[in-house]
Ligand binder design. Structure first.
Ligand code: FPP
Length: 252
């Protein structure tokens, strides 16, 4: 099945929220919610492949998440390590390139090896990409980009007089990744929480009341259906946007 409808859909980004509340409602420890959340990640990756999405981006761990209790952080890292080890074969089989956005170098050592292995072993795939936001924060991303750009100016490699957005976005973690067409947040919260603030300038937003562990295939497809029915204008009038599927409009 391919995503047919009004708007072209290349990239969906998801804020996977509500694992803790899902667990609490059932009298389970929070980590059980995260465990179920990871299981759901597998399912959503599968749907993304079926609908021929080019990019799926998942917010797995934010720079703010370091403030959680140490045992919860350790469990999240265990789950990440396990996810990478268990899913590498599937990623390769399905020809999905893994990409990380954020500051992965600050993650614990035990995550580094499976992460680098998965990145290396999938680096040659070009059709589908899973972008996992790890130790990610949008403001940190902007600061890292400004720092790298300033360094390039200092070395004489860049001239600020030529700076425009298509040029600057090459300094973001998402270099080479098209902007999300659709941003989904689960669990009933209507916030963006420092996620892809620059990249979501023209994204359609979809807030679902469903907690992430229960956000299944049908919910995902419903969000996409809602997206297909929207009129994307990119700051222009409806009459001007004759081809809302044309991504060039977003950059004009
Ligand atoms: C939000 O639930 C979820 C997270 C902070 C972590 C999301 C991570 C995973 C699903 C696992 C790792 C991901 C991958 C790709 C392996 P919450 O704890 O904020 O829930 P609450 O708001 O109900 O407390």
């Amino acid at each position: 099945m391919s995503p047919k409808g009004h708007n072209r859909l290349r990239h969906v980004a998801i804020i996977m929220d509500g694992n803790g509340r899902w667990a609490r409602q059932r009298g389970l420890p929070r980590i059980e919610g995260h465990r179920r959340g990871v299981e759901n990640v597998r399912q959503i990756i599968q749907v993304a492949r079926e609908i021929e999405l080019e990019h799926l981006t998942l917010f797995a761990f934010s720079v703010e998440n370091w403030q959680r209790p140490p045992d919860e952080i350790a469990s999240l890292m265990d789950l990440l390590e396990l996810f990478l080890k268990r899913n590498i074969k599937d990623l390769i089989k399905n020809e999905v390139r893994l990409n990380v956005i954020g500051r992965p170098e600050e993650l614990p050592d035990r995550v580094q090896k499976p992460l680098h292995k998965a990145l290396e072993q999938t680096a040659h795939f070009t059709e589908r990409q899973l972008n996992v936001a790890l130790n990610y924060g949008s403001r940190t991303e902007v600061l890292d980009a400004v720092r790298a750009y300033a360094e390039a100016v200092r070395e004489g490699k860049e001239d600020p007089r030529n700076l425009d957005w298509p040029h600057f976005e090459n300094y973001l973690y998402t270099r080479g990744v098209p902007d999300p067409d659709l941003l989904i947040r689960t669990s009933g919260e209507s916030r963006i929480s420092n996620f892809l603030l620059m990249q979501c300038a023209y994204s359609e937003l979809f807030f679902s009341p469903v907690f992430w562990p229960e956000f299944g295939r049908e919910h995902f497809l419903k969000a996409i259906e809602s997206y297909q029915q929207r009129e994307r204008r990119f700051g222009k009038t409806g009459e001007q946007v004759q081809h809302p599927t044309d991504h060039a409009i977003a950059n004009s």
